[in-house]
Design a protein around this ligand. Structure first.
Ligand SMILES: Nc1nc2c(c(=O)[nH]1)N[C@H]1C(S)=C(S)[C@@H](COP(=O)(O)OP(=O)(O)OC[C@H]3O[C@@H](n4cnc5c(=O)[nH]c(N)nc54)[C@H](O)[C@@H]3O)O[C@H]1N2
Ligand SMILES: Nc1nc2c(c(=O)[nH]1)N[C@H]1C(S)=C(S)[C@@H](COP(=O)(O)OP(=O)(O)OC[C@H]3O[C@@H](n4cnc5c(=O)[nH]c(N)nc54)[C@H](O)[C@@H]3O)O[C@H]1N2
Ligand code: SF4
Ligand SMILES: [Mo]
Length: 699
């Protein structure tokens, strides 16, 4: 094991993983160099609490399999160490040659929502003015895109939670649709306590998830609809609100447009019809509608369970519509929000990693936005390319004629986490050059021609933007191992070799200042912020224009559309692909102990021991029908692929549904079964809806 000294005795920072960004302090154990001790720190989101992943996060700093040298793939498939100059020269000359042969768009970039704001910004800029390619997108497309598209359409602005998380405390009712924060953000649960104490927590999930279980003992209601029918459920709830006189007429009049068309769109979703599609009893639907309407303070929250569908944008829109009908949005103590997922899932989507966006959440097609950003970058707007391809389509174009021939991956393990992953593996294998930057040899790095070793969270300075749009400081606590380099350095070295215009600072605080200028006047305006100001610990919720003191609560006076009003957007439910005969609905999602593709958490013994292999959740009736025993093995299959898994027989899931976590790699990847079909508006793939057969494997 390699170990590094702390740069200071303690460092106040935040967890490397999810968007709750729990505050923690890292301390050196006296007399020892490592391990670094992690303690929870008081902060409004976690109030000192951490989950198991946070507690064990520092273990990865001293892992023996940490990458510390660039690696180059050899003809026999093994890797050999190489010098930085050698690999950077090869990357730059290959990019230049491929672009000369096949055009600028033949080189692509795939980014990540775990990157700091500084790295996200620099990566977007590198694509546009160093490579001058339009082909950049990122894993946030798999995560936040549907809710973001819906919020932009309805409110004219997308910030995960448009209010501080602690506001939830006063709620009498909270409707949670497709989020399992009990496992995915455990310290979040304390913010549900107020609603639970009042019997008002309503959780919609086809499984009795950890979060659904929080409704037990009079704390609320668990609704388990047929997977993929949430849109119908929400239309049905809106129908009841309108027909039973529960809507906030004055709010609708003063703050929204589109009511007439919206009314027509829900007219046919009377309770009995909603019940027949969703399986949720009419009386339950009525009770929920009445409880939400009667609550003095109420919130509606969505998670990936309702968003990761090919109608995810419309489903998130339907949740927003219900919140607008009830007059919740922009009212203190009430609201609608979506729970951002990755550590910097929020900031990652604001600074230019997305194929259609420039920093400050600006549209890449908007001439004024292009002119502003070009000025900050010191280039003419004409050299900034137009919109590229969203993540799924970007990956599909790899190795295709006229597609991407060389791909740089920063902060994503796509060969585990992308939909229809066998196709992704095939596409990547057809590339002329795959370059992966990571600190571990992830499964995607294993496929690479060149692997670049980068820094881990506690080894670098930067900022992250948490699920409530609050910009926070990530602090360097330990000295990085020799050989690994920061991504700001890698991008500068490559930019220089490509003779790119612009400045390529190595100092995250200078990059932040440039980002702040680039964002000025945009929707996500950071122009009043700096590392120095953030170091004072202020609560910096964007927009935070120069001279302002930020915006903890959005939409209190007006929405971000030009007329200041929210849109009630009429949406229609189309029934999802339904299982026939003995087929089952497959839903995929998360376990408490693992993070995403598992590249990090499968390397932490305590986390991996808790869940070291893929396990399918199956209902006892379904299991009995097929001769499946608890602890036995099953074969889950469809036209796209096959996954063999151990079985947990449990009443915590609907009989027509099977659940698989997506944290495991290779033959155990749940994404061998998911579809690359995408939402027409957001380009979000359908991670939460696939039809499969499940049969017992003879031991
Ligand atoms: N432990 C852990 N925590 C994490 C992560 C992690 O990988 N591991 N990842 C982080 C990231 S990036 C994200 S995006 C968040 C995600 O956080 P969540 O959205 O909470 O996570 P998921 O487990 O993907 O999905 C939530 C729930 O949706 C349910 N669901 C599936 N299909 C449907 C459906 O059709 N309708 C409804 N109503 N529900 C459905 C599932 O049963 C599941 O319980 O978590 C973050 N936190
Ligand atoms: N079936 C199914 N699939 C899903 C989902 C689902 O619910 N079901 N959820 C989707 C969602 S919401 C998400 S967010 C994606 C996430 O899936 P991925 O995009 O694969 O995310 P991670 O597993 O976090 O991968 C991050 C990789 O980058 C590395 N890394 C971390 N920090 C940095 C950094 O600063 N720089 C660099 N260069 N590397 C870094 C890590 O070591 C790891 O290898 O998965 C999606 N896939
Ligand atoms: S809830 Fe998220 S941010 Fe908090 S400790 Fe766990 S993984 Fe880290
Ligand atoms: Mo995510």
């Amino acid at each position: 094991m390699t170990s590094q000294p702390l740069t200071a005795p303690t460092a106040d920072t935040h967890c490397p993983y999810c968007a709750l960004q729990c505050a923690m302090t890292l301390t050196a154990t006296p007399g020892e160099r490592l391990p670094v001790e992690v303690s929870g720190r008081e902060f409004p989101t976690n109030r000192g609490g951490l989950c198991k992943k946070g507690w064990t996060s520092a273990e990865l700093l001293s892992r023996g399999d940490r990458l510390t040298s660039p690696l180059v793939k050899q003809p026999d498939g093994s890797f050999a160490e190489a010098s930085w100059d050698e690999v950077l020269d090869r990357i730059a000359t290959t990019a230049t040659r491929i672009q000369a042969d096949s055009g600028r768009d033949a080189v692509g970039i795939f980014g990540g929502g775990g990157l700091t704001n500084e790295k996200s910004y620099q990566l977007g800029k590198f694509a546009r003015i160093a490579l001058r390619t339009s082909r950049i997108d990122y894993n946030g497309r798999f995560c936040m895109s549907s809710a973001a598209a819906a919020a932009n359409r309805s409110f004219g602005l997308d910030r995960g939670l448009p209010f501080p998380l602690a506001d939830l405390g006063t709620a009498e009712a909270i409707l949670v649709l497709g989020s399992n924060m009990g496992d995915t953000m455990p310290p979040f649960v304390q913010h549900l306590q107020g609603a639970r104490a009042r019997g008002g927590l309503i959780v919609v999930d086809p499984r009795m998830s950890t979060t659904a279980r929080l409704t037990n003992d009079g704390a609320g209601t668990h609704i388990a609809p047929v997977a993929g029918t949430d849109l119908a459920l929400l239309l049905g709830l809106s129908h009841i609100v309108l027909n039973e006189g529960l809507a906030d007429e004055r709010y609708l009049e003063e703050r929204t447009t589109g009511l007439a068309g919206f009314k027509r769109s829900v007219a046919q979703w009377w309770p009995a019809r909603t019940e027949s599609v969703t399986g949720v009893p009419s009386q339950t639907l009525r009770d929920v509608a009445h409880r939400l309407a009667a609550a003095k303070n109420a919130y509606i929250l969505t998670g990936r369970g309702v968003e990761q569908h090919s109608d995810g944008t419309d489903t998130a829109t339907a949740a927003i519509n219900l919140a607008l009908l009830l007059g919740l949005v922009g009212r203190e103590g009430s609201g609608y929000g979506t729970l951002t997922g990755q550590g910097n899932g929020q900031g990652g989507r604001e600074h230019g990693q997305k194929s259609d966006q420039l920093p400050g959440y600006r549209k890449i097609t908007d001439p004024a936005a292009r002119a502003h950003v070009a000025r900050v970058w010191g280039v003419v707007p004409e050299i900034i390319p137009g919109p590229g391809l969203p993540a799924v389509q970007l990956l599909q174009s790899c190795g295709e004629v006229g597609g991407v021939r060389m791909l740089l991956v920063h902060g994503s393990n796509v060969v585990v986490s992308a939909p229809d992953v066998s196709q992704v593996r095939e596409s990547l294998s057809k590339l002329d050059l795959l370059v992966v930057s990571d600190f571990f040899l992830s499964e995607t790095a294993q496929m690479a021609d060149i692997v670049l070793p980068v820094l881990q969270w506690a080894e670098e300075e930067g900022t992250m933007t948490n699920l409530e749009g609050r910009v926070i400081r990530r602090r360097k606590a330990v000295t990085p191992p020799d050989g690994a380099r920061s991504e700001l350095w890698i991008l500068r070295e490559l930019a220089q070799r490509l003779e790119a215009p612009g400045t390529w600072s190595l100092d995250p605080s200078e990059v932040f200042d440039e980002l702040a200028r680039a964002s000025a006047g945009g929707l996500s305006d950071y122009s009043g912020l700096s590392h120095a100001l953030l170091d004072t610990g202020i609560a910096a919720h964007w927009p935070y224009a120069a001279g302002s003191d930020g915006t903890p609560r959005l939409f209190q006076e007006r929405f971000a559309h030009a007329d200041g009003r929210a849109r009630l957007v009429a949406v229609r439910a189309h029934p999802p692909e339904a299982p026939r005969g003995a087929d089952l609905n497959l839903i995929t999602g998360r376990l408490l102990e693992h993070y995403q593709s598992g590249a990090q958490t499968r390397r932490v013994a305590e986390l991996n021991d808790a869940n070291s292999e893929i396990v399918a959740q199956i209902h006892p009736v379904t299991a009995q029908d097929r001769g499946i025993a608890d602890g036995g093995r099953v074969r889950v299959a469809n036209a796209r692929g096959v996954v063999e898994a151990r079985v947990k027989v449990t009443r915590d899931i609907r009989p027509d549904t099977v659940f698989l976590p997506f944290h495991f790699a290779g033959d155990e990847s749940a994404n061998l079964l998911t579809s690359a079909k995408t939402d027409p508006i957001s380009s979000m793939p359908e991670f939460k809806n696939a039809v499969v057969t499940v049969e017992a494997l003879t031991p």
